[in-house]
Structure formats: structure tokens, C-alpha cells
Design a protein around this ligand. Structure first.
Ligand SMILES: *Cc1c(COP(=O)(O)O)cnc(C)c1O
Length: 362
């Protein structure tokens, strides 16, 4: 029997137990090859099959149209903060950004190093507790793309509705990656780090519209060019072999769960349980986020005092409920309830919340 605790980490995060066990079983001697997958050539047949299947499953599970390519890149989501403007901001073009919180702000900071980048909406006025509506997003002439962060991992907000804008959208979807379907016609690039919802750390998964590749900048190191990465099938250099392998297994697991629509529903159900526990607590627990923008992946909440928050986190840890501390920049509590976190873990949390409240009235 394995001793698996309830892991509410914001990332790297819980992965499906079935996937971990399968990887363990085939780790030392991969399919009779006499060596593990991470010891063999990335240009050999075994890894070729793994990579091709991961690419095919990416398109299938996420319901991606044919005019997109999927890239497996290193450098996490953070390198995409630079690669997007480096590639897309050709002469005279501007990048518009929604500043919805910590991660969006990071994308803006990096974008400014490479081009004419401006903030089309800023959530600072409401302390980043909601996403904007389309009419609040102010686009300027010659805007190449609107960059959004579909789910702010630290603030716990997401877009309930996608912006309806005239320019292509570029989306950082790291913390709700493949947890909901996308209207692909609105997007030119969708990217995210694997480790929030889809696999181990060490790779970004990037979907890019193929028709834009010929209009990207080329004046940069070759690794950084989307056109080269696409033409080489993400094998320009040694790819992140282990993350690709694990990610492929997670996608198969997602498919077996019923695919994207089933995953989306499971996420909504789990989120409802935690928000229900918060809303039904007579104000003992409090979620600072506006209801329409509540994340289905990262549920942030406060207790009546910081002392009680500390006690909550400590006692939850003793009860096997781990990583419920909010991000150090905002404090409070946060339950990250990604795709692979079992519903049972969420139920255990909500029971703990009710008990804790009963025992610790302010
Ligand atoms: C975690 C996170 C990132 C950073 O991802 P890395 O893969 O660590 O670079 C960027 N954006 C969002 C929304 C995140 O949640």
C-alpha cells in the first residue's frame, strides 16, 4: 500500500496514481529495451513513438484544429513570456496585455524588454479579484495580439467568458491547462508549463497557429524561434524526454476519464464543493474573489485572523491535507484542486473545514 497524502500544491502538483504506478513499473527496463527511456537516444524508435503519441494525444484531448502545431519546449511558461513578444512583435506592432495579477504582470515585465507592450486593462483597482469584461479591455492601433492569463494561480481568478476582441489572443493557460475547452478560432498561441495540471516540471506545451510562423521575427538564437521549433518537430535539440513521456500518460488518463468535457465537469464539481464550504460558513471562511471570476483550479480563502490561518494550515497538515498555505505574496489559504486531485481529497478538505470551524470560533 502506498501512503499518498492529500496534496493541494499549486505546482508541481498531484499526478494520477495510475500514471505514477505505470511509469514505475516500466522505468528500469523500458519495454524490454534493456534500459530506461531516459537513458536512450531521443532519436530512436522508442522515444519517437512516445513523442508522436504525446503530440497526437495533445491535439485529440484538447480538441485542437489542424492549423495548429504543438511544441514541447524547455524553460517552462516563463520562457514563453519572452518568446511570444520576441517572435510576434515585428516592426510597428504592439502587444496588449491584461494585467490580471502576478503571472500576467510577469509576462508584461518580460514583454517590455522586447517590444512595444502596453497594459490594456489593469486589475490593480480591485486588487486583482476579478477578470475584465470585453468592453473594459482597451486596445490600441497596430496591436498584434492580446495576451491573457486564463487562470491566475495566486489570485485564484479565471475568465468565465473569453474576451471577444478583434485581435488574436495569446494565452498563458498554465494553471488550468486542458481543464476546459477553448474556442480555438480566437487564439494564435496557447501555452503553459506542464507541472500545474499535466505532468512533471521541465517543459512548456505550446500550441501555435501554423499560418503565423512565416510572419515571425527571425533575429534571435535558433532555439527561441517558433518556426524552427515547429519545422524540427520540437527536436531541434534534446527535448525534455521524461516530461514528454509522463505528459503522454496523463493525456491517456484524461481520455480514459471521458476527455475534456468530463474533466471540465469534474473540475467544476470539485470547485463547487470548496466554494460551498466557504459560502456556507457564515463568513468564517471568506473568498476575496468576485463570484463570476472564481477559479476552478486554485481556490483562495481567508479565515477570521492570521493566527487562525496558521493554525488551520498546521492542523490540516497533521491531518494529511498538505500545501494549503496561500502564496507568500498574498498570504491566506489556497487549495489547488487540479485535474488529478481526487474528489475524495476535496471532500476530506471540506469536512476538515467544517470541523475546524466548529472547534475554533473566533
Ligand atoms: C506557474 C505559472 C507560471 C510559471 O510557470 P513555469 O513553468 O514555472 O515557468 C506562469 N504562468 C502561470 C499562470 C502559472 O501558474
Amino acid at each position: 500500500m502506498t501512503n499518498r497524502l492529500h496534496n493541494f500544491s499549486a505546482g508541481p502538483c498531484t499526478l494520477p496514481l495510475e500514471v505514477l504506478e505505470e511509469a514505475q513499473a516500466e522505468f528500469v527496463d523500458y519495454q524490454g529495451a534493456g534500459m530506461s527511456l531516459i537513458e536512450m537516444s531521443h532519436r530512436g524508435k522508442h522515444f519517437d513513438d512516445v513523442a508522436n503519441e504525446a503530440m497526437a494525444m495533445s491535439m485529440e484531448v484538447f480538441q485542437v484544429p489542424d492549423d495548429f502545431a504543438v511544441l514541447f519546449l524547455q524553460g517552462g511558461a516563463l520562457l514563453q513570456f519572452s518568446m511570444v513578444p520576441m517572435n510576434l512583435l515585428t516592426a510597428g506592432k504592439k502587444g496588449a496585455y491584461v494585467n490580471s495579477g502576478t503571472w500576467a504582470n510577469g509576462a508584461i515585465t518580460d514583454g517590455k524588454e522586447y517590444g512595444d507592450v502596453y497594459t490594456a486593462w489593469d486589475g490593480a483597482d480591485n486588487n486583482y479579484t476579478r477578470m475584465p469584461s470585453t468592453d473594459e479591455i482597451k486596445l490600441q492601433d497596430n496591436t498584434r495580439y492580446l495576451h491573457i492569463t486564463t487562470n491566475e494561480t495566486i489570485g485564484g481568478i479565471r475568465y468565465a467568458e473569453w474576451p471577444d476582441v478583434e485581435v488574436p489572443i495569446v494565452a498563458d493557460m498554465s494553471s488550468e491547462y486542458m481543464a476546459r475547452p477553448l474556442p480555438w478560432d480566437k487564439f494564435d498561441i496557447v501555452y503553459g508549463g506542464a507541472q500545474k495540471n499535466l505532468g512533471p516540471a521541465g517543459m512548456a506545451i505550446v500550441f501555435i497557429r501554423k499560418s503565423i510562423l512565416e510572419n515571425c521575427n527571425q533575429n534571435m538564437g535558433r532555439y527561441l524561434r517558433y518556426d524552427i521549433q515547429e519545422s524540427k518537430g520540437s527536436m531541434f535539440n534534446t527535448p525534455p524526454v521524461f516530461p514528454i513521456y509522463m505528459y503522454g500518460k496523463v493525456l491517456k488518463w484524461m481520455k480514459a476519464q471521458g476527455g475534456l468535457s468530463a474533466i471540465e465537469k469534474m473540475a467544476a464539481d470539485k470547485a463547487d464543493l470548496v466554494y460551498g464550504a466557504i459560502d456556507g460558513s457564515d463568513g468564517y471562511y471568506n473568498c476575496p474573489v468576485e463570484k463570476a471570476s472564481r477559479s476552478h483550479m486554485n481556490v483562495v480563502f481567508r479565515l477570521p485572523t492570521e493566527d487562525l490561518e496558521q493554525k488551520f494550515i498546521t492542523e490540516a497538515g497533521s491531518a494529511g491535507l498538505l500545501n494549503l498555505k496561500g502564496h507568500r505574496s498574498v498570504g491566506g489559504c489556497r487549495a489547488s484542486i487540479y485535474n488529478a486531485l481526487p474528489k475524495h481529497s476535496v471532500e476530506t478538505l471540506t469536512e476538515f473545514m467544517a470541523d475546524f470551524r466548529g472547534n475554533n470560533q473566533a
